[in-house]
Design a protein around this ligand. Structure first.
Ligand code: ADP
Ligand code: MG
Length: 329
């Protein structure tokens, strides 16, 4: 049975309300790695191929609370897929720490790693075909991971039906992938990722190959899984329509989390709900932070800056000779 992993939540527990509402969880910030469902501490991944070293992750810190839905954004090559592959248990970091739902990803042995990938995390790829077998129907594809985890036939059927309904593709249960639309296929792939009731759903540009309307349907299904199953979601996306509608967006730059945008829902006097966004720079444990590139350029900051401590904030000054304010050297 798949239900014996520590801190893992089953679909049944979730639907019976035995688990705290994800909304409540999302509003709490984990104060330490012990409280977080996902905790990365100074994570490093160096690829060495043909004598050339690429530092894909350069001491990345990240805490994600149970029940959060977080978007991960960043330029191509910034390390997004590297991070997701490590969290998925598909790749090992070179140094640092990564814990997910009580599992230390650096010390998992082969058997534990397999169980972790089968039951603790679900992965949704950009191409639905990586989650789906072409000769199985939508329902059979979702039942397959449950069968591998030892779930009985009747229970497999019941849960597959429940997931297809939740994802809005109940009508495709008996269709092969080739008989479904792109959006239906991707939602079926999402069902496969959720089949064993994972604590964490990782999605790497899941709407990257879809038109905007279909992308919206797939993202709505991801959102429903987060809200109704309580699964913690980390989704890589280039789609501003997605990142604008999540509470938290983290931006990765050169293998580190550089900035974060938090959005709060605010209801005005007339009852209209709007999102208020605030952007933050992220301070790592060593006190380092990245200054946004446009700030650097607009003040011409380079090499050295002067820091002055004010009662309630810190000021950063370009390094120019005293008495020559405003004049470039
Ligand atoms: P992203 O998903 O943000 O586009 P990746 O995590 O795929 O970025 O890649 C980060 C960096 O690591 C890039 O410079 C990429 O070329 C390099 N990289 C990724 N995978 C490998 C690999 N298997 N071997 C060597 N270099 C890699
Ligand atoms: Mg990538």
């Amino acid at each position: 049975m798949a239900g014996d992993a520590p801190r893992k939540t089953t679909i049944d527990e979730l639907t019976s309300g035995a688990v705290a509402a994800p909304e409540a969880a999302a509003s709490r910030r984990p104060a330490s790695g012990d409280e977080a469902l996902i905790a990365c501490d100074r994570l490093v991944r160096i690829y060495s191929t043909a004598g050339i070293e690429v530092q894909a992750l350069q001491g990345l810190d990240l805490l994600i609370a149970r029940g959060e839905l977080t978007a991960l954004v960043g330029a191509s090559g910034s390390g997004k897929s590297t991070l997701l592959n490590i969290l998925a248990g598909l790749d090992k970091p070179t140094a640092g720490q990564a814990r997910v739902a009580g599992h230390d990803l650096l010390t998992l042995d082969g058997r534990e790693r397999l169980a972790y990938r089968r039951s603790t995390v679900g992965f949704l790829w950009q191409q639905a075909s990586r989650n789906l077998l072409a000769h199985l129907t939508a329902a059979e594809n979702i039942m397959l991971p449950m069968r591998l985890a030892g779930v009985g036939r009747a229970e497999r059927r019941r849960r597959a039906g429940e997931l297809l309904g939740l994802l809005g593709i109940g009508h495709t249960a008996d269709r092969l992938p080739a008989q479904m639309s792109g959006g239906e296929r991707q939602r079926d792939a999402l069902g496969v990722a959720l089949a064993n009731g994972p604590a964490v759903l990782l999605a790497d540009e899941p709407t990257g190959e879809l038109d905007s309307e279909t992308a919206g349907e797939v993202f709505a299904a991801i959102r429903r899984a987060n809200a109704q199953l309580g699964v913690t979601v980390l989704v890589v996306t280039h789609d501003p329509a997605v990142s604008a509608h999540v509470r938290r967006t983290v931006a990765i730059r050169d293998g580190r989390i550089a900035t974060e945008v938090l959005r709060r829902e605010q209801t005005d006097a007339s009852g209209e709900v709007a999102y208020v966004a605030q952007e933050y720079a992220v301070l790592d444990r060593a006190g380092r932070m990245q200054i946004p590139r446009d700030f650097i350029e607009s003040l011409g900051l380079a090499e050295r800056v002067r820091l002055t401590l004010e009662p309630d904030h810190l000021a950063v000054w370009p390094d120019r000779p005293a008495g020559h304010d405003g004049e470039r050297r």
